[in-house]
Write a protein that binds this ligand. Structure first.
Ligand SMILES: [Cu+2]
Length: 353
């Protein structure tokens, strides 16, 4: 590191000296000063502007062709398609504007390049032009913002309609824990100050709260398909962010407060595994794994698609690995799984013995 820094300093000092010599040379009055651009230089620079334009268009097309496949597959939640439409409309507008303005910018840089004897035209202002290029962005942006706010308000509206399942997501460095509200569908109150490791009360549930007894604490999130879920997020230590990309859901987890997000899963894990994009992605990933396995001689198991809850705030050194598996299944499968889980009261009794 030190060597690298020393080298960088040396290079920068050399550049500074070189630049200073150039300034000194330019300040000398000479008639044949070759540093002043002539018509040929200006023309070359004009063509280079076009070359740069082709380059940025080219790299855009290349990126879409090469990396388009790593985008997320179809949304697996009810609000997901609204979110994707908003994203698509915004991107299309941005791309159209970008393509036109970049072309104009580079074309004018070429057209009005320096030429001997050519003088700039003094053009004070033109009200009609000013009006046009003000009103178009105003209308487009106002439309986009209003549409965005409308969509966002719908997506982030957490309410108790349609009998939602209540689940707490508890974040800590560096893992997730989920807590189901149990038969009463009401989470018992909890606070990090009430964490009692000796009694296996890892989430700090209030043991005297009658709502807490039937809560179910798990390390793998199971959700019934088609039923709305109201998530309540807590954090034990620092800022985390509960990110469930396939459901187009993300909410910060903030120490000292409860944040909320709500969505309805629309595809079970099994159904999502049949999605053509997912099949393709699994195939690609497993090819890479197989190749790596051959190279290193290490046995790497093939990957199978699962929904996932990730942390999307850099919360510490193992942030990258802070994740929890999500399984979306049918109502019956979910009920069977839930029936096999222990309630908070039972785990407490078991650990007290
Ligand atoms: Cu985190």
């Amino acid at each position: 590191m030190t060597t690298l820094l020393t080298l960088a300093v040396l290079v920068l000092v050399a550049i500074a000296i070189w630049q200073m010599t150039k300034i000194f040379e330019l300040s000398q009055l000479r008639t044949d000063n070759s540093e002043v651009a002539n018509d040929k230089d200006n023309k070359n620079n004009g063509y280079l502007m076009f070359a740069f334009l082709v380059f940025i268009y080219g790299i855009t097309i290349f990126s879409f062709a090469k990396y388009g496949k790593v985008l997320l597959p179809e949304a697996a939640s009810e609000h997901g398609s609204d979110y994707d439409t908003l994203m698509l409309i915004s991107m299309v507008i941005i791309f159209i504007v970008q393509i036109i303005t970049q072309a104009l910018l580079h074309y004018f840089a070429f057209k009005y390049r320096g030429e001997k004897g050519k003088r700039a035209l003094f053009y004070a202002d033109n009200n009609r032009l000013e009006f046009i290029w003000t009103i178009i962005p105003v209308i487009v942006l106002a439309g986009l913002i209003l549409y965005g706010l409308y969509t966002w308000t719908n997506i982030t509206d957490v309410n108790d309609e349609d009998d939602p399942l209540v689940v707490e997501l508890y974040a800590q460095q560096f893992n997730w824990t989920a807590r189901y509200a149990g038969d009463d569908n009401t989470l018992g109150s909890a606070n990090v100050r009430m964490i009692d490791i000796d009694k296996a009360n890892v989430l700090g549930l209030d043991e005297s709260d009658p709502y807490a007894g039937d809560d179910v604490i798990v390390k793998e999130l199971h959700l019934p398909v088609g039923r709305k879920v109201n998530f309540k997020m807590r954090s034990q230590d620092v800022l985390h962010s509960a990110y469930m990309p396939h459901f187009r859901a993300q909410m910060n987890c903030v120490p000292g407060m409860i944040t909320e997000f709500s969505f309805t899963p629309t595809y079970t894990t099994e159904e999502m595994r049949q999605n053509p994009d997912v099949i393709e992605k699994v195939k690609r990933t497993n090819q890479i794994r197989a190749q790596k396995s051959v190279e290193t001689g290490e046995v790497i198991d093939p990957w199978e698609f699962d929904y996932v809850l990730l942390c999307n705030k850099i919360c510490g050194k193992s942030h990258y690995n802070m994740q929890m598996k999500i399984i979306v299944e049918t109502e019956e499968e979910y009920n069977a799984w839930m029936a096999s889980q222990q309630t908070f009261k039972n785990t407490m009794t078991a650990s007290a013995q």
